[in-house]
Design a protein around this ligand. Structure first.
Ligand SMILES: [Zn+2]
Ligand SMILES: [Zn+2]
Length: 371
């Protein structure tokens, strides 16, 4: 296979070389595409479809090759002729209606891409064409109502998508009216307490905060950069269609990864950190209230002045209000509110109206006293 060529010795440089061909009549192999227009063994004409790119060690350079274009195939005897010829060298027929010889395309060398045998499977191509002609297989791209199979699949997929999206939108927006009774109301208020503490941390040196202390740093890889590291050559062999191929090469820059080092530092900094919550809660007619300072004072000194390690302060405040409702079917559901104003109008026993979604859950945004 062509893939083994790279390891076998020196690679040939840019230039023009002979394609090879095998005589299918007498079995002679590695005949030269430019030199051997006929098999030297049996006299058979060269078949351009049987040409192939040689392995590195079989490459034969063509000196001062005048390229005049891909061969023309004689319409009378199939002999490939130079594109410069007007009449067939074999039978004398006019080459004006001759077709251009097929080529083996391009072979990539040294690019790391798989180098497969570029020879086309001529036998299979002809068999496939014969099967189509005989009606055994249908040619690709058959249609129904003037549209190809892929277009029909796309249309079906689009219709299914529209049905699914429509169903999802309906399910998400469906709401049914319902009546219910408030069975309980409750509230909870929370104050977070923070403490001023020595907090260990670590960061790259340029990110260490100004008030950090007990700093110790060490070198550590922070990043990777690409540095130029030599080069290699990539080539492409182009079948010229006249029994020769052209090798074109270019130099490609290689790179390698190089580590980038920086100082990684461990340090300590004094910071306000969360330590605990103070909570107050109530139900029924209890009026909402914040946790009292006396409760806070009993668990530690609350300070507002210049901080010293161990001192505490009040952090964020949160409040949440709940209304439990009982639906006509006996099912209970809880609606929660962040603001006291949305909640204060509800009392146990109050009749309310609301909307339910498609699975029967309360849409709390629609909850309001009935009537
Ligand atoms: Zn032969
Ligand atoms: Zn001819």
């Amino acid at each position: 296979m062509a893939g083994s060529q790279e390891s076998s010795g020196e690679r040939r440089g840019a230039g023009t070389y002979q394609m090879l061909w095998d005589c299918k009549f007498c079995g002679t192999q590695k005949l030269l595409g430019v030199t051997h227009r006929h098999c030297p063994n049996c006299g058979a004409a060269q078949d351009p479809e049987q040409r192939y790119f040689p392995a590195e060690e079989d490459m034969v350079a063509v000196e001062d090759h005048p390229y005049v274009g891909a061969d023309k195939i004689c319409p009378a005897c199939q002999q490939p002729n130079s594109a410069a010829s007007t009449y067939c060298t074999e039978c004398g027929a006019d080459l004006a209606s001759g077709v251009v010889a097929p080529t083996q395309g391009v072979r990539e060398i040294g690019t790391g891409r798989a180098e497969t045998d570029t020879r086309r499977d001529v036998v299979k191509d002809k068999f496939d064409a014969e099967m189509v002609r005989a009606g055994v297989t249908k040619p690709p791209g058959r249609t129904f109502l003037g549209l190809s199979r892929n277009v029909w699949l796309a249309i079906i997929a689009a219709v299914l998508l529209i049905i699914c999206c429509g169903g999802a939108v309906y399910a998400l927006t469906y709401r049914a009216d319902a009546e219910a009774t408030v069975s309980a109301v409750s509230w909870e208020r929370t104050i977070t307490i923070e403490s001023f503490q020595a907090v260990p941390d670590s960061a790259w040196e340029d990110d260490v905060p100004g008030d950090a202390y007990d700093i110790s740093c060490q070198r550590k890889q922070r990043d990777t950069r690409q540095v130029p590291d030599g080069s290699h050559e990539e080539c492409a062999d182009v079948d010229q269609g006249d029994g020769s191929f052209r090798r074109e090469c270019r130099t490609v820059q290689d790179y390698r990864d190089e580590p980038v080092y920086d100082d990684w530092c461990r340090f300590t900094a004094n910071r306000w950190v969360y330590v605990r919550d103070l909570k107050a809660s109530g139900a029924g007619d209890d009026p909402p209230a914040w946790p009292s300072q006396t409760l806070a004072l009993s668990t530690g000194a609350l300070t507002t002045g210049p901080a010293s390690l161990g001192s505490e302060r009040e952090g964020a405040r949160r409040e949440q209000y709940a209304v439990v409702i009982r639906l006509k079917n006996g099912k209970e559901q809880t609606c929660r509110f962040d603001s006291e104003a949305d909640w204060t109008q509800y009392r146990a026993g109050l009749a309310v109206s609301l909307k339910l979604d498609i699975v029967g859950n309360a849409d709390c945004a629609t909850l309001k006293p009935a009537g």
